[in-house]
Design a protein around this ligand. Structure first.
Ligand SMILES: *[C@@H]1O[C@H](CO)[C@@H](O)[C@H](O)[C@H]1NC(C)=O
Length: 241
C-alpha cells in the first residue's frame, strides 16, 4: 500500500514535466518551411545552402533577398549575435564567406539603418567613414573575422546569405499548449481519482465480507459457549491479510 502511494507522485511529476516540455516545444519558434532554421536569442537563422557542399557561388543583394523567400537578411544587434554568426558559419560553410547584412541607406535620415527599421546601435565596421556612405551603400559581414565592410549594393556580389526572422511566440499556439498541459494534468487527476476509488473498493471487498460475517454471524455464535465463540473468532480473523 505504502509503496504504491509513494510511486504515484513521481509518475505524476513525470507527466507534468512532459506536459510542460510539450508546451515549450510547441511554443511558436522558427518557421516550419522545410528549411533548416537555427534559433538564437529571439531570432531564427537560415544559412543558405549551409547544408550542402556548394562551391562558392556569389549573389547580388537582390538575389540574396530572393533566396530568403520573404524573410529578412541578417541583422546583427549584439556582440553575441555577431559571434554566433561567425561560429555557425564555420560549422556550415567551408572557407571565407562574406555575408550580406540587411542594411540599407535611408535617404530621409541620411544614415544606414537595418531593414527592420532599427537603428544600428551595435556595429562592427572594419573601416567606416560617413564619407563612404551613399545611396549605394550596403553592408557585408566577413564570417571569418566578424568585421563588417561597407560595400556597393549594385556592384558587389557576396558568397554568404543568412536569412533571419524573429521567433514567433504566437499567443494562440501558446494558450493551446497551456490548454494541452491543463488537459494532461486534469486527466492525471481524473486517473488518480478513479484508481483511488478502485483501490478503495478493493479494500472494501477484502474487508467487507469479514466485517459482514462478523456482524451477521456473531449473534448465533453468542449462543455457543464463550470458548467456542472465541475459537471461531480467531479462525475468522486469523487469515486476514
Ligand atoms: C575576411 O577575414 C579573413 C580573416 O581575417 C581575411 O583573411 C579575409 O581576407 C577577409 N575577407 C575579406 C573579403 O576581406
Amino acid at each position: 500500500m505504502g509503496s504504491r502511494r509513494r510511486c504515484r507522485p513521481s509518475f505524476l511529476c513525470k507527466l507534468v514535466a512532459f506536459a510542460l516540455c510539450c508546451s515549450c516545444c510547441f511554443g511558436g519558434e522558427c518557421p516550419a518551411d522545410g528549411r533548416m532554421w537555427v534559433p538564437f536569442g529571439n531570432s531564427c537563422y537560415h544559412f543558405v545552402h549551409g547544408e550542402e557542399e556548394d562551391v562558392f557561388k556569389s549573389y547580388s543583394i537582390e538575389r540574396a533577398k530572393d533566396l530568403c523567400h520573404g524573410y529578412g537578411l541578417l541583422t546583427v544587434n549584439s556582440k553575441e549575435e555577431n559571434m554566433f554568426v561567425i561560429k555557425y558559419s564555420s560549422e556550415v560553410w567551408k572557407g571565407n564567406r562574406n555575408v550580406w547584412l540587411g542594411i540599407y541607406y535611408d535617404s530621409e535620415s541620411e544614415e544606414l539603418v537595418w531593414q527592420t527599421e532599427e537603428h544600428l546601435d551595435f556595429t562592427n565596421w572594419g573601416k567606416y567613414s560617413d564619407d563612404l556612405v551613399s545611396m549605394d551603400t550596403c553592408g557585408a559581414l566577413n564570417a571569418s573575422s566578424g568585421m563588417w565592410d561597407l560595400v556597393s549594393c549594385e556592384e558587389t556580389s557576396e558568397n554568404g546569405v543568412v536569412c533571419e526572422t524573429l521567433q514567433e511566440p504566437e499567443k494562440p499556439k501558446k494558450s493551446n499548449s497551456w490548454l494541452l498541459s491543463a488537459l494532461v494534468i486534469l486527466s492525471v487527476v481524473v486517473i488518480l481519482g478513479i484508481s483511488a476509488v478502485i483501490w478503495f473498493m478493493q479494500q472494501r471487498h477484502s474487508f467487507g465480507p469479514v466485517l459482514f460475517t462478523a456482524f451477521e454471524y456473531h449473534p448465533p455464535f453468542r449462543a455457543l459457549s464463550p470458548d467456542e465463540a472465541c475459537l471461531m473468532e480467531v479462525e475468522e480473523t486469523g487469515p486476514l491479510p
